[in-house]
Ligand binder design. Structure first.
Ligand code: MN
Length: 232
């Protein structure tokens, strides 16, 4: 079972919203956000020492929250405000007039997915159908482990390393900036964020050390297996 921890900041914010709703119901309704900030499925220090609470504070609390706030400001009152997040990503991709909406919506989706791709005590090896697919499509566990790390580390500049299901086969994919394979006909299984903000406080320029530690100690292979099952 996942465990949620209410931070003091969240409790204070919750109390403030409660007070607003009690005293100023119209104001509270008018300020409702089209998209919600995903609660972390673990405490902000639960991934330490691989990812410190300090990094979580900036990455989740500032960067991820920043994308969400930008997105809400961009779509509030528009026809996109009532759509699902992934539909907003689809509706704005490849559309230069909606580039800011795409970047922020896709980054919210990518970060929601990244936090779910990890768990305290994760890593190790998958089993069942996922492991069988890694053996048949990607050369077996040891080869995949080495290839996926090197491939993800090799993303030039900011972006993401992904394991995806694509037309019934597993494949590794890299995306730049906010791009996401989920709207390119593929099903994402897990991702590793390789924007510098994901690792610089803890690892400085040692991206390879960060990727290896996430892969070996944090990746939630049960989450990947659930996504593979949904891919059909
Ligand atoms: Mn990030």
């Amino acid at each position: 079972m996942t465990r949620y921890r209410l931070t003091r900041r969240a409790l204070v914010a919750g109390a403030a919203i409660g007070a607003m709703a009690a005293g100023f119901p119209r104001l509270a309704t008018a300020q409702a956000q089209p998209f919600e900030f995903m609660k972390l499925p673990y405490a902000d220090d639960a991934l330490a020492p691989v990812i410190s609470a300090n990094t979580m504070g900036f990455h989740y609390g500032r960067h991820h929250k920043g994308y969400l706030d930008n997105l809400n400001n961009l779509v509030r009152g528009s026809d996109l405000a009532n759509q699902s997040l992934i539909d907003v990503v689809k509706a704005s991709m490849m559309n230069p007039t909606r580039a800011a909406i795409f970047n922020n919506a896709a980054q919210v989706w990518n970060h929601d997915f990244y936090w779910k791709s990890m768990r305290p005590g994760g890593g190790g090896r998958p089993s069942g159908k996922l492991m069988a697919a890694i053996e048949s499509d990607l050369g077996g566990w040891d080869k995949f482990r080495a290839d996926f790390a090197a491939f993800t580390v090799g993303q030039f500049a900011s972006g993401w390393g992904w394991l995806v299901a694509d037309k019934g086969k597993l494949r590794m994919v890299r995306t730049s900036n906010a791009d996401t394979p989920q709207v390119q006909g593929m099903t994402a299984l897990v991702t590793i964020d390789v924007w510098e903000h994901a690792y610089y406080l803890d690892y400085q320029n040692r991206r390879a050390d960060y990727v290896a530690a996430v892969l070996d100690k944090l990746i939630d292979w049960d989450f990947a297996a659930e996504n593979l099952a949904r891919a059909g």
